[in-house]
Design a protein around this ligand. Structure first.
Ligand SMILES: [Fe+2]
Length: 260
């Protein structure tokens, strides 16, 4: 516990902001969360100083233990080796989750969604390619019944100097895929958390170029013809077998309520 630590301040701000009846922050509250996340450095969450660490930085200060698997993601060891991703849990309650994903170079978190959720993501160190989509509305299903049209929202590289990015239930790139260009870490605030019992599952998808399938016959009336460069067909897939996310030990300051 570290009273006054940035992560404690983030926790307290989230606690004041999110409630069962209010999963979405007001614009003012959202700006406060973004501003606070923007100020958080790796050392504030126990990740040391990435600039001073050596080639072993993929496992810097993570304190790995065991092979517990992050419950929202399907994970398994398979014949094809994939660089392991580590999740550092900071806090979860019924209203929000705070945690850090540490991705080794070249690791991938495949395209997945955040149903009914808002997610704030701050890159703590390294470079991360983010590709993100939102479903087109009204829904446009291909006549093959297998894929749905989505609009490309982001196709960019984020670094520690990038501002916190925010996705919303229907905007901002609610479906996204991460590819680590270098070893990197992402501090996430999810509100509300994934919750299978509340119908908020993490579903995985595959994106196909628009031209991959023959023209659809089910475009909504009056809808504009989608452009190849910023649209894709999205197919739901099984949880990827080669995605392996292990839980690490969070070494930063813990968070807790203070009794006045
Ligand atoms: Fe995500």
């Amino acid at each position: 516990m570290a009273k006054g630590s940035p992560v404690q301040a983030l926790y307290e701000l989230c606690r004041r902001t999110f409630s069962p009846s209010c999963a979405a922050a007001s614009p003012l509250e959202a700006r406060k969360i973004v501003s606070l996340l923007d100020s958080i450095r790796p050392e504030d969450v126990g990740l040391g100083n990435p600039d001073l660490d050596g080639e072993d930085d993929d496992e810097r200060g993570l304190g790995f233990f065991g092979r517990d698997l992050f419950r929202n993601f399907s994970s398994s060891r398979t014949g094809r080796w994939s660089p392991p991703i580590t999740y550092l849990h900071i806090h979860e309650c019924e209203n929000f989750t705070i945690g850090i994903f540490c991705l080794p170079t070249s690791s991938v978190i495949p395209l997945h969604d955040h149903p009914g959720m808002t997610v704030y993501s701050k890159i703590l160190y390294g470079s991360l390619h983010v590709k993100a989509y939102d479903w087109t509305e009204p829904a446009c299903l291909h006549s093959n019944g297998q894929v749905r049209l989505a609009r490309l929202e982001k196709d960019t590289v984020l670094t520690a100097s990038s501002p916190t990015s925010v996705l919303h239930p229907k905007t901002g790139g609610n479906l996204h895929c991460f590819t680590a260009i270098t070893s990197c870490a992402v501090l996430d605030v999810l509100a509300p958390p994934y919750s299978p019992s509340a119908g908020r599952f993490c579903t995985y998808y595959h994106d196909y170029p628009l031209s991959y399938f023959a023209a659809s016959s089910t475009m909504p009336d009056g809808a504009q013809e989608p452009a190849e460069e910023d649209h894709a067909w999205i197919a739901r897939i099984q949880s990827p077998e080669d995605l392996y996310i292990r839980q690490g030990r969070y070494n930063g300051p813990s968070v807790q309520d203070y009794v006045p």
